[in-house]
Design a binder for this molecule. Structure first.
Ligand SMILES: *Cc1c(COP(=O)(O)O)cnc(C)c1O
Length: 385
């Protein structure tokens, strides 16, 4: 059996090496390292793939979130609602811009931002909601967009974990994750579903004016060379990363299928285990296994365990050569940097429980049946003592 890895980037690279290597060499030969034609080509291809008017590449996913918020003109003191159960980057940029983060609880099954909690958190100072499409599945965007419309709020999608996923509306229409809100942000960090070989990110929007504003912000606030109209940042995708992304974008759909296939194998193996909750997919056109509708692209395959010592399970898997992860072990409202007297523990019952129950198993495009069988047998062995 091949060594099991949480993410198998070497295995994936070997299969596309014959395309990626010459693409990188072309960049070396052209010496157009920053903002070269390849960045533009990738941008156009991604716009087509996502069916969105504007993709603005930038240096990483954290920048993408920050720049999206800057582009919307959010100001210090504005309240921004986001999920308590996510990677810290989401809340970090809110705090960094001196906006006021308002963390709210998530759903116990999808792990995505809870709609009732969002409604409850709205005040006259609320300016934006940042749903995070956690682990590869969209938050309830239909409800979120409706709340945003009612209260005149911006919606910034943190799509770092769900690129390529579809969101299905109740009437059956579909849109790609990240293209539903006023603006979306994504990351091309190597381990993400569309990852480059360094850092990278992008901002998506269908709004022409916002796209123009953001194109200036990523480039020192310049709309005309050496005329700085607004305070900007330096956040660029380099041409080598764009070449890698361009070579991988054509595989994004099949990469998603490989992840869904692995998820289905896991689900099948665990279906009789009453103490394990396998990932729950929520989509009007999808009933639990998501191979047809792409509502879940399994950035992570995350189990929720009951009546089981989660940390002991993680240790047992590690001892048996199976890497695993706990995303995330601490709620954001309990992190030193983001703790606040405003928060009440009773408002975070789901997140407070999830941090003790979740465990993510190896999930990537190169997992084979033998590996999955070994992993699932070890999990079941541990549970049944
Ligand atoms: C990875 C990630 C980010 C940040 O992306 P970077 O490219 O690492 O800056 C933001 N939000 C979420 C949910 C992520 O998973």
């Amino acid at each position: 059996m091949k060594k099991i890895q949480m993410v198998d980037l070497q295995g994936q690279y070997q299969k596309i090496k014959d395309v990626v290597d010459p693409a990188i060499h072309n960049i070396l030969d052209s010496a157009a390292f920053v903002n070269g034609p390849m960045v533009h080509e990738f941008q156009k291809n991604l716009e087509n793939y996502l069916n969105v008017k504007h993709v603005i590449p930038c240096a990483n996913g954290t920048d993408a979130l920050q720049i999206a918020m800057m582009g919307l003109g959010l100001e210090p003191g504005d309240e921004v609602i986001t999920a308590d159960f996510t990677f810290a980057a989401t809340v970090e940029v809110i705090a960094l811009l001196r906006l006021t983060p308002v963390l709210v609880d998530v759903d116990k099954d999808t792990f995505n931002i809870n709609i009732e909690a969002v409604k409850k958190a709205i005040t006259p100072k609320t300016k934006a909601i940042v749903p995070v499409h956690l682990f590869g599945q969209c938050a309830n965007m239909e409800a979120i967009m409706q709340i945003a419309e009612e209260h005149n709020l911006y919606v910034i999608e943190d799509n770092a974990q769900a690129i390529g996923a579809n969101y299905t509306y109740s009437d059956g229409t579909k849109k790609k994750a990240g293209t539903i809100g006023h603006v979306g942000a994504t990351s091309f960090f190597p381990s993400k579903n569309l990852g480059c070989y360094g850092d990278g990110g992008a901002i998506f929007t269908n709004d022409d004016d916002l796209a123009h504003t953001i194109r200036g912000i990523v480039n020192h606030g310049m709309y005309k060379r050496y005329h700085h109209d607004v305070v900007g940042v330096n956040s660029r995708l380099d041409s080598i990363q764009a070449a890698v992304l361009n070579a991988k974008l054509v595989h994004l759909y099949t990469y998603g299928k490989a992840r869904q296939r692995a998820a289905k194998r896991y689900n099948d193996a665990f279906k009789n285990e009453t103490n394990i909750q396998t990932p729950v997919t929520v989509s009007s056109s999808c009933n639990s296994i998501c191979e047809q509708c792409d509502c879940h692209v399994y950035h992570q395959y995350t189990l929720k365990v009951k009546n089981i010592d989660r940390d002991a399970l993680a240790k047992y898997l590690n001892e048996n050569g199976i890497p695993c992860g706990v995303y995330y072990p601490i709620p954001l409202h309990a992190q030193k940097a983001y703790a606040d007297e405003r928060y009440n523990e009773d408002d975070f019952t789901v997140t407070n429980a999830l941090v003790k129950e979740v465990i993510s198993l190896p999930m990537h495009t190169e997992l084979d049946d033998e590996q999955i069988e070994y992993i699932t047998s070890k999990v079941i062995q541990f549970i049944n003592g």
